[in-house]
Design a protein around this ligand. Structure first.
Ligand code: NAP
Length: 237
């Protein structure tokens, strides 16, 4: 049994740890010093590259445990797995559900357009998603990411931090920077959830970016369910 787990999330790393020697964790290489165990790094070279890897490495099954906004690799995984007939499972943590407390934007440019002039925005979208906000010189942005962003908004401040974040720390951060608006992807999970609760208690307007549409594949939401699927595959193979 040889599993390939596409990672870049806490869930992927935890799953690979629980699977022991049966699984290879794959990372894109976005984070310079990832806090994970053994892994391979770098893109496969599109659908054909991934299909070729699955074949040449004799991968029994593929688990796509990438971030819900990593749409390209999830699309590639669906196509490559179908091409070489390798069973595929997506481990996708549930989206945050708090619609009454936020405005939903269909994508990042729409979120940028929703922000009013002179806002003080906590832009919590990751270093590679800042670009749609660069034109908003009328806004002050606090950005936070693990890796520095290649380009930053003209007005603002950047902090480099890794999750998880506590409610107390998030509340203090929002207060210290006099934040009026929070922009976040609907990442789900508990590690970065506190900012939403902090924003709510401080009456800060939250703009949540909707998850991208991903190909329809077999999907579970938890690590135990992913482990059960692996047991089923083991029974078949
Ligand atoms: P993406 O747009 O879906 O993928 C871009 C390309 O990066 C893919 O076509 C693939 O290159 C390579 N790639 C992505 N994930 C990979 C993996 N786990 N192993 C090997 N290659 C991978 O991805 P992204 O949004 O830039 O995210 C990159 C990574 O960061 C993902 O693994 C994701 O789990 C993690 N992450 C993303 C976000 C986010 O907001 N997007 C947040 C937290 C963590 P090839 O076509 O050459 O194979």
């Amino acid at each position: 049994m040889k599993l390939l787990v596409l990672g870049g999330t806490r869930e992927a790393s935890a799953l690979v740890e629980q699977l022991g020697g049966q699984a290879i964790l794959s990372l894109a290489g976005t984070t310079k010093r990832p806090l994970v165990g053994p892994h391979r790094v770098g893109g496969f070279g599109g659908v054909d590259g991934l299909a070729n890897y699955l074949k040449t490495e004799n991968i029994t099954a593929l688990i796509d445990a990438t971030h819900p906004f990593a749409a390209q690799i999830s699309a590639n995984a669906a196509q490559a797995a179908a091409l070489v007939k390798v069973p595929l499972l997506r481990l996708n943590r549930p989206a945050w559900k708090d619609e009454a407390r936020w405005i939903e934007a269909p994508n990042l440019p729409a979120a940028a357009a929703l922000l009013p002039a002179k806002a003080r925005v906590f832009l919590s979208v990751g270093s590679r998603s800042v670009e749609p906000f660069l034109g908003r010189d009328d806004i002050w942005f606090l950005t936070r990411s693990i890796e520095p962003a290649a380009h930053l908004p003209a007005n603002g401040e950047q902090i480099l931090q890794r999750p998880p974040f506590t409610l107390a720390a998030e509340t203090a951060l929002l207060k210290a920077h006099k934040i009026t608006h929070l922009v976040s992807k609907n990442a789900g999970g508990s590690a970065t959830r506190a900012k939403l609760d902090a924003a709510h208690s401080l009456h800060i307007q939250v703009i949540i970016v909707k998850r991208p549409q991903l190909p329809s594949v077999l999907e579970v939401e938890t690590i135990p369910d992913a482990l059960n699927w692996v047991q089923q595959i083991k029974g078949i193979k």
